[in-house]
Design a protein around this ligand. Structure first.
Ligand SMILES: O=C(O)CCC(=O)C(=O)O
Length: 256
């Protein structure tokens, strides 16, 4: 089965050790610079979050950074890396827009779980031609809070993430069926996981003594259009940038 056939069937894809230890060392240098910069941030913002995974917000250790690719260097190089983009092109087509990125550093000893959700619920588009690529800087295991996906759920439509008028970012109702169908993304450092914007996913808490750090990149086919405002400012704060091909419908012009 080819990568695109597997992705079409299951809504996710795992590539183990796509990046070498030398690649990870380069990212680590950039990460050290960025986390150092974050300590100067006066408080939680759309850019830097210190308590999103729990632990009461230790200001010396940023837990989430929005759009690290905007800082350039190793982060934008990673978002444009041909090893990722060749795969994304195979799944999305010749035109690819880097839509957002997110650095997630789930701390050890109780880093919080993420509840079941679908990424498309955060930025509704006219078609679900968006996907997420998560690059693992550490080995991910159940113990340190790996991601879980529900295979095939991208073919079951968008679930309700609303409680009345409130967009919760969490699938409402009984989710025990998702727990029963979960596939754990347990991978060595340097691996990637790709999931479709409609694939149900969540993550376990980090009950280990090791962090679980990852950088996510959101990519989309630029001919798919945002239908309404985002519920998560950091994910559509910028209109993104073309990293393969062209912007055939002028989305970048109209989005401004
Ligand atoms: O990395 C995690 O623990 C959760 C990631 C996630 O749910 C997302 O990026 O949408």
């Amino acid at each position: 089965m080819s990568d695109s056939e597997f992705f079409a069937e299951h809504g996710y894809l795992i590539k183990e050790r796509l990046f070498s230890d030398a690649d990870l060392d380069r990212i680590q240098v950039a990460l050290d610079e960025l986390t150092d910069l974050a300590t100067r941030a006066p408080e939680d913002s759309d850019r830097f979050k210190f308590s999103i995974f729990g632990h009461g917000g230790d200001r010396r250790q940023v837990q989430q950074v929005a759009d690290p690719h905007e800082f350039g260097g190793a982060f934008i190089a990673l978002g444009r890396d041909p090893r990722i983009l060749d795969l994304v092109e195979e799944l999305l087509g010749p035109n690819v827009l880097l839509y957002y990125s997110m650095l997630m550093m789930k701390p050890p000893a109780g880093g919080a779980a993420s509840p079941w959700h679908q990424d498309l619920a955060f930025y509704t588009h006219d078609r679900a031609r968006l996907l997420n690529v998560q690059v693992y800087l550490d080995a991910a295991t159940r113990e340190n809070g790996c991601v879980r996906v529900v295979p095939g759920s991208h073919r079951e439509g968008l679930r309700n993430h609303y409680d009345g008028e409130l967009h919760t970012g969490v699938v409402q109702g009984d989710t025990r069926d998702f727990d029963a169908r979960e596939v754990l993304v347990e991978v060595p450092a340097g691996s990637i996981a790709v999931w479709h914007s409609l694939t149900l996913h969540s993550s376990h808490p980090n009950n280990s003594d090791r962090p679980r750090r990852a950088i996510a990149f959101g990519y989309k086919d630029p001919s798919t259009a945002l239908l309404s405002g985002s519920f998560n400012a950091s994910e559509t704060r910028q209109v993104g940038m073309i990293v393969r091909g062209v912007d055939p419908r002028g989305q970048l012009l109209s989005a401004l």
